[in-house]
Ligand binder design. Structure first.
Ligand code: SF4
Length: 407
């Protein structure tokens, strides 16, 4: 991948169900069509254009990746296949994420264009260190999330449904997001703050337009996408930072209300499809800071995704349901980073811990200093056309040809 590729144009078409009013007891429309990639495309909706919504409910749109579910006790049930929970929703019910609902036997998103946060920020903050360094990403997010992590830093957005909160929001169209991103000087749009898969309809509509405007698209994700969801976004998705919370099921079940294997599979699927990946692990004292487990995570990354995959180890700060837990000791982060390098990972970074921060990129082959960062800004750039000036090894990443440093 590079940042000079031509914008992709939407080519696939999908059916669109008729608009239906909210009638929890309505019978299932016949025939029900789910929206799946790879199906014979009937005339109808183009990906990237879900069409106008109902004026009285501007954030309600028919969802992608829903299918009828045969429940003899509850006719008109549907299954959502956007994330690995694969929620089965009886009429009127809302999924685990809080923002996808069965209305009359059809799956709907309830947050289309309902943006809770939007701002331009250094791409290093997401964090991406090997993806268009020194550029700005226009970050957007809705409310809701398919995880309920006890340590969530954005819980007022992600857990609003569970906590009974109504976060401030504004309604925007995909075109407006792209205009705002271009106006802010961003080179990419980041779908972030909460899990982007839960608002995949709005994300996809925006991603198509972003590409047409010459922008890149990046996900900051918990990696709980289904293969179907990945197939839908892959043609428009340039990079993903996957939050690798642990590499075992126990942690995912206990702390996040999820499972490890779907995350593992999604990371490998995105890697297989050529989406640039960086991984991030928030190291939490007593929960996922076992040195053997952290070493095992590093080994898995090096084997499954490759030794030149950036791994960001970040310090936990007390938040949400863990207000009394202490911040991660610096020694824990340093030891985890050293162990990761020992098992072969070449680009290990330490963040949110100023006294031991590691934010400099070194050549994976000869160790030459290549990119120096400070406060999420690139301050030194030693690459020559994306390569180490000493040994000529190409740095793994995207958009590394031109220096962002103004001299
Ligand atoms: S996106 Fe939401 S409704 Fe769909 S499967 Fe995941 S948690 Fe359930």
């Amino acid at each position: 991948m590079d940042d000079t590729s031509q914008p992709a144009q939407p080519t696939e078409t999908f059916t669109k169900a008729p608009a239906v009013a909210f009638e929890p007891d309505a019978t299932l429309p016949d025939p029900v069509r789910a929206h799946f990639p790879g199906e014979e495309p009937p005339a109808g909706l183009r990906i990237g254009d879900l069409g106008p919504g109902d004026e009285s409910e501007p954030n309600i749109r028919q969802a992608l990746l829903g299918e009828p579910f045969d429940d003899p006790v509850a006719p008109s049930s549907v299954r959502c296949n956007a994330c690995a929970h694969r929620c089965v929703l009886r009429p009127g019910r809302i999924g685990i994420c809080g923002v996808r609902q069965n209305r009359g036997g059809w799956l709907y998103t309830t947050v289309y264009g309902q943006i809770v946060a939007a701002q331009a920020e250094p791409v290093e903050k997401k964090p991406f260190y090997h993806f268009m360094p020194g550029s700005y990403a226009y970050s957007i997010g809705t409310q809701g999330c398919n995880f309920h992590c006890a340590f969530c830093q954005n819980w007022e957005m992600s857990q609003s449904f569970r906590e009974g909160l109504v976060p401030d929001s504004r309604d925007v169209s995909p075109d407006e997001v792209v205009e705002e991103a271009v106006g802010a000087g961003a080179r990419s749009i980041a779908y972030t703050y909460v899990e982007p898969t839960i608002f995949i309809e709005f994300a996809l509509d925006t991603m198509v337009r972003a590409r047409a405007a010459g922008l890149h698209n990046v996900f900051v994700t918990n990696g709980y996408e289904t293969p179907e969801a990945i197939e839908l976004v892959a043609p428009y998705l340039d990079a993903a930072n996957v939050d690798l919370k642990a590499a075992n099921d126990n942690f995912y079940r206990r702390v996040c209300g999820a499972q490890w294997e779907p995350v593992r599979d999604a990371v490998m699927e995105m890697h297989k499809r050529g989406i640039w990946l960086e991984l991030t692990t928030l190291v939490i004292p007593g929960l996922n800071d076992d040195p053997h487990e952290l070493r095992a995570m590093a080994e898995w990354i090096a084997t499954a995704v490759g030794p030149e995959t950036p791994w960001h180890l970040t310090r936990f700060q007390p938040a949400y349901k863990l207000p009394d837990l202490r911040p991660t000791p610096a020694a824990t982060l340093v030891a985890a980073a050293e162990a990761a390098r020992e098992v072969g990972l070449r680009h290990v970074y330490v963040g949110n811990a100023p006294e031991v921060e590691v934010a400099t990129t070194f050549c994976a082959r000869c160790g030459e200093k290549l990119i120096v960062r400070s406060d999420f800004a690139v301050t030194e750039w030693h690459l020559a056309d994306g390569r180490c000036p000493r040994c000529k090894h190409a740095l793994a990443g995207v958009g590394l040809e031109d220096s962002p440093v103004v001299v």
